[in-house]
Design a protein around this ligand. Structure first.
Ligand code: HPA
Length: 247
Protein backbone atom coordinates (compact mmCIF):
# COMPACT_ATOMS: atom_id res chain seq x y z
CA UNK A 1 0.00 0.00 0.00
CA UNK A 2 1.21 3.52 -0.81
CA UNK A 3 2.12 5.68 2.18
CA UNK A 4 0.47 9.01 1.50
CA UNK A 5 0.92 10.72 4.86
CA UNK A 6 4.23 12.07 6.16
CA UNK A 7 5.22 13.63 9.43
CA UNK A 8 8.31 15.84 9.47
CA UNK A 9 9.64 16.01 13.01
CA UNK A 10 11.43 19.07 14.32
CA UNK A 11 13.61 19.80 17.32
CA UNK A 12 12.28 17.67 20.19
CA UNK A 13 10.65 15.18 17.80
CA UNK A 14 13.46 13.11 16.32
CA UNK A 15 11.64 9.89 17.19
CA UNK A 16 7.93 9.31 16.98
CA UNK A 17 6.73 7.35 20.03
CA UNK A 18 4.06 4.83 19.14
CA UNK A 19 5.23 4.49 15.55
CA UNK A 20 5.50 0.77 14.83
CA UNK A 21 8.41 0.90 12.41
CA UNK A 22 8.20 -1.50 9.48
CA UNK A 23 11.17 -0.39 7.36
CA UNK A 24 13.62 2.37 6.53
CA UNK A 25 14.41 3.60 3.04
CA UNK A 26 17.35 5.66 1.82
CA UNK A 27 16.09 7.81 -1.07
CA UNK A 28 18.64 9.36 -3.44
CA UNK A 29 17.43 12.61 -4.90
CA UNK A 30 18.65 14.95 -7.67
CA UNK A 31 19.23 17.47 -4.85
CA UNK A 32 21.44 15.31 -2.65
CA UNK A 33 20.70 13.49 0.55
CA UNK A 34 17.59 13.98 2.68
CA UNK A 35 18.04 14.43 6.44
CA UNK A 36 18.05 10.64 6.82
CA UNK A 37 16.35 7.48 5.66
CA UNK A 38 12.56 7.67 5.47
CA UNK A 39 11.04 5.73 8.36
CA UNK A 40 7.91 3.79 7.45
CA UNK A 41 5.51 2.48 10.01
CA UNK A 42 2.05 2.45 11.47
CA UNK A 43 0.71 5.06 13.82
CA UNK A 44 -2.82 4.51 15.14
CA UNK A 45 -3.22 1.75 12.53
CA UNK A 46 -2.39 4.09 9.64
CA UNK A 47 0.57 3.94 7.30
CA UNK A 48 2.83 6.90 7.99
CA UNK A 49 6.29 7.92 6.90
CA UNK A 50 8.39 9.87 9.37
CA UNK A 51 11.37 12.10 8.62
CA UNK A 52 13.24 13.93 11.39
CA UNK A 53 14.22 17.23 9.77
CA UNK A 54 17.42 17.67 11.76
CA UNK A 55 18.59 14.06 11.33
CA UNK A 56 18.21 11.11 13.67
CA UNK A 57 20.70 12.46 16.18
CA UNK A 58 19.61 16.08 15.78
CA UNK A 59 22.86 17.20 14.15
CA UNK A 60 21.66 19.19 11.11
CA UNK A 61 21.09 22.88 11.92
CA UNK A 62 18.13 24.71 10.30
CA UNK A 63 20.22 26.50 7.66
CA UNK A 64 21.87 23.23 6.61
CA UNK A 65 18.73 21.11 6.24
CA UNK A 66 18.44 19.91 2.65
CA UNK A 67 14.81 21.00 2.32
CA UNK A 68 14.67 20.20 -1.38
CA UNK A 69 15.92 16.64 -0.90
CA UNK A 70 13.48 16.06 1.97
CA UNK A 71 10.41 17.28 0.10
CA UNK A 72 11.47 15.67 -3.18
CA UNK A 73 11.97 12.30 -1.43
CA UNK A 74 8.52 12.43 0.18
CA UNK A 75 6.88 13.35 -3.11
CA UNK A 76 8.86 10.65 -4.91
CA UNK A 77 7.49 7.86 -2.71
CA UNK A 78 3.91 9.05 -3.23
CA UNK A 79 3.26 11.20 -0.17
CA UNK A 80 0.35 13.60 -0.63
CA UNK A 81 -0.04 15.16 2.82
CA UNK A 82 2.68 16.46 5.14
CA UNK A 83 2.20 17.40 8.79
CA UNK A 84 5.29 19.34 9.84
CA UNK A 85 6.24 19.89 13.46
CA UNK A 86 8.44 22.90 14.20
CA UNK A 87 9.76 24.61 17.33
CA UNK A 88 9.11 28.35 17.53
CA UNK A 89 9.64 31.33 19.76
CA UNK A 90 6.37 32.93 20.83
CA UNK A 91 5.70 36.56 19.91
CA UNK A 92 1.90 36.81 20.24
CA UNK A 93 0.85 37.31 23.89
CA UNK A 94 -1.33 34.17 23.68
CA UNK A 95 1.78 32.13 23.00
CA UNK A 96 3.20 33.06 26.38
CA UNK A 97 0.75 30.54 27.88
CA UNK A 98 -0.27 28.29 24.99
CA UNK A 99 2.20 25.72 23.73
CA UNK A 100 0.85 24.94 20.28
CA UNK A 101 -0.05 27.04 17.24
CA UNK A 102 -1.33 26.06 13.81
CA UNK A 103 -0.08 28.93 11.63
CA UNK A 104 -2.01 30.14 8.60
CA UNK A 105 0.54 32.54 7.10
CA UNK A 106 4.30 32.89 6.70
CA UNK A 107 6.75 35.71 6.19
CA UNK A 108 10.11 34.57 4.87
CA UNK A 109 13.21 36.27 6.32
CA UNK A 110 15.61 33.49 5.38
CA UNK A 111 18.41 33.96 2.89
CA UNK A 112 20.94 31.80 1.08
CA UNK A 113 18.80 28.65 1.10
CA UNK A 114 17.96 26.62 -2.00
CA UNK A 115 14.30 27.56 -2.09
CA UNK A 116 12.82 26.33 -5.36
CA UNK A 117 12.64 23.33 -7.65
CA UNK A 118 12.04 25.67 -10.58
CA UNK A 119 15.40 27.19 -11.44
CA UNK A 120 17.39 25.05 -13.88
CA UNK A 121 16.57 23.34 -17.17
CA UNK A 122 13.13 24.93 -17.37
CA UNK A 123 10.97 24.79 -20.46
CA UNK A 124 9.10 27.80 -19.06
CA UNK A 125 9.29 30.07 -16.01
CA UNK A 126 7.09 29.00 -13.08
CA UNK A 127 5.60 31.31 -10.42
CA UNK A 128 3.77 29.16 -7.92
CA UNK A 129 0.74 30.65 -6.12
CA UNK A 130 1.50 30.98 -2.42
CA UNK A 131 -1.30 33.28 -1.26
CA UNK A 132 -2.37 30.69 1.30
CA UNK A 133 0.91 28.99 2.21
CA UNK A 134 -0.57 26.17 4.28
CA UNK A 135 -3.06 23.57 3.06
CA UNK A 136 -6.40 24.67 4.54
CA UNK A 137 -7.80 21.12 4.44
CA UNK A 138 -4.96 19.79 6.60
CA UNK A 139 -4.95 22.85 8.85
CA UNK A 140 -8.62 22.21 9.58
CA UNK A 141 -7.80 18.61 10.52
CA UNK A 142 -5.02 19.80 12.85
CA UNK A 143 -7.38 22.30 14.49
CA UNK A 144 -10.08 19.66 14.97
CA UNK A 145 -7.45 17.23 16.26
CA UNK A 146 -6.26 19.79 18.83
CA UNK A 147 -9.83 20.14 20.13
CA UNK A 148 -10.26 16.35 20.32
CA UNK A 149 -6.93 15.94 22.09
CA UNK A 150 -7.90 18.78 24.48
CA UNK A 151 -4.82 20.71 23.45
CA UNK A 152 -5.31 24.45 23.76
CA UNK A 153 -3.88 25.57 20.42
CA UNK A 154 -3.81 28.98 18.77
CA UNK A 155 -5.58 28.15 15.50
CA UNK A 156 -4.03 30.83 13.28
CA UNK A 157 -0.92 32.95 13.22
CA UNK A 158 1.85 34.33 11.08
CA UNK A 159 5.08 32.34 11.19
CA UNK A 160 8.20 34.46 10.67
CA UNK A 161 10.94 32.24 9.21
CA UNK A 162 14.44 33.42 10.11
CA UNK A 163 17.80 32.18 8.86
CA UNK A 164 19.39 31.15 12.16
CA UNK A 165 21.11 29.33 13.62
CA UNK A 166 21.43 32.23 16.04
CA UNK A 167 18.35 33.46 17.82
CA UNK A 168 17.07 36.96 17.07
CA UNK A 169 17.81 40.27 18.75
CA UNK A 170 15.02 41.96 20.70
CA UNK A 171 14.88 44.65 18.01
CA UNK A 172 14.49 42.03 15.29
CA UNK A 173 11.58 40.50 17.19
CA UNK A 174 9.99 43.96 17.54
CA UNK A 175 10.32 44.34 13.79
CA UNK A 176 8.78 40.91 13.18
CA UNK A 177 5.91 41.84 15.51
CA UNK A 178 5.36 45.09 13.58
CA UNK A 179 5.29 43.02 10.39
CA UNK A 180 2.52 40.93 11.93
CA UNK A 181 4.46 37.81 12.96
CA UNK A 182 2.99 35.85 15.86
CA UNK A 183 5.78 33.31 16.12
CA UNK A 184 9.35 32.91 14.89
CA UNK A 185 11.15 29.79 13.75
CA UNK A 186 14.01 28.76 11.50
CA UNK A 187 12.61 25.89 9.44
CA UNK A 188 9.21 26.94 8.07
CA UNK A 189 10.78 28.16 4.84
CA UNK A 190 11.60 27.01 2.26
CA UNK A 191 9.94 23.77 3.44
CA UNK A 192 6.39 25.08 2.95
CA UNK A 193 6.97 26.54 -0.50
CA UNK A 194 8.82 23.47 -1.77
CA UNK A 195 5.86 21.34 -0.68
CA UNK A 196 3.57 23.71 -2.60
CA UNK A 197 5.77 23.54 -5.69
CA UNK A 198 5.36 19.76 -5.78
CA UNK A 199 1.63 19.94 -5.05
CA UNK A 200 1.79 18.45 -1.54
CA UNK A 201 -0.86 19.37 1.02
CA UNK A 202 1.34 20.79 3.82
CA UNK A 203 0.43 22.20 7.24
CA UNK A 204 2.46 22.88 10.35
CA UNK A 205 2.08 22.37 14.04
CA UNK A 206 4.28 24.91 15.84
CA UNK A 207 5.48 24.14 19.35
CA UNK A 208 6.46 27.08 21.54
CA UNK A 209 9.95 26.50 22.92
CA UNK A 210 10.49 29.94 24.46
CA UNK A 211 9.26 33.48 24.51
CA UNK A 212 10.94 35.19 21.54
CA UNK A 213 13.93 37.46 22.25
CA UNK A 214 12.98 40.40 24.46
CA UNK A 215 9.49 39.01 25.15
CA UNK A 216 10.51 36.96 28.18
CA UNK A 217 12.83 37.47 31.13
CA UNK A 218 16.57 37.47 30.38
CA UNK A 219 18.46 35.43 27.83
CA UNK A 220 17.02 32.41 26.03
CA UNK A 221 18.82 29.24 27.05
CA UNK A 222 18.99 25.84 25.36
CA UNK A 223 17.95 24.30 28.70
CA UNK A 224 14.75 26.37 28.64
CA UNK A 225 14.07 25.44 25.01
CA UNK A 226 14.62 21.73 25.67
CA UNK A 227 12.43 21.68 28.80
CA UNK A 228 9.56 23.48 27.06
CA UNK A 229 9.80 21.24 24.02
CA UNK A 230 9.71 18.13 26.14
CA UNK A 231 6.39 19.12 27.70
CA UNK A 232 5.06 20.57 24.43
CA UNK A 233 5.82 17.39 22.51
CA UNK A 234 3.43 15.37 24.66
CA UNK A 235 0.67 17.66 23.36
CA UNK A 236 1.97 17.41 19.80
CA UNK A 237 1.92 13.63 19.90
CA UNK A 238 -1.66 13.60 21.23
CA UNK A 239 -2.65 16.07 18.51
CA UNK A 240 -0.96 14.09 15.71
CA UNK A 241 -2.64 10.88 16.82
CA UNK A 242 -6.04 12.53 16.68
CA UNK A 243 -5.22 14.07 13.31
CA UNK A 244 -4.37 10.66 11.90
CA UNK A 245 -7.70 9.29 13.12
CA UNK A 246 -9.52 12.19 11.44
CA UNK A 247 -7.79 11.79 8.09
N1 HPA B 1 13.62 32.04 17.26
C1 HPA B 1 13.78 31.31 16.13
N2 HPA B 1 13.61 29.99 16.09
C2 HPA B 1 13.25 29.37 17.22
C3 HPA B 1 13.05 30.07 18.42
C4 HPA B 1 13.25 31.47 18.44
O1 HPA B 1 13.10 32.13 19.48
N3 HPA B 1 12.72 29.14 19.35
C5 HPA B 1 12.69 27.94 18.73
N4 HPA B 1 13.00 28.07 17.43
Amino acid sequence: MKTTLAIIGGTGLTTLNGLEITRREVVNTPYGEPSGPLIYGQLCSREVVFLPRHGHSHTIPPHRVNYRANIWALHHIGVEKVMAVAAVGGIHPELMSRKIAIPDQIIDYTGARANTFFEDDLSHVVHVDFTTPYCEELRTILIQAAAKAEVSAMTYGVYGATQGPRLETAAEINRLARDGCDMVGMTGMPEAVLARELGLCYAACAVVANAAAGRGVGAITMAEIEANLESGMAEVRALLEQAIRLL
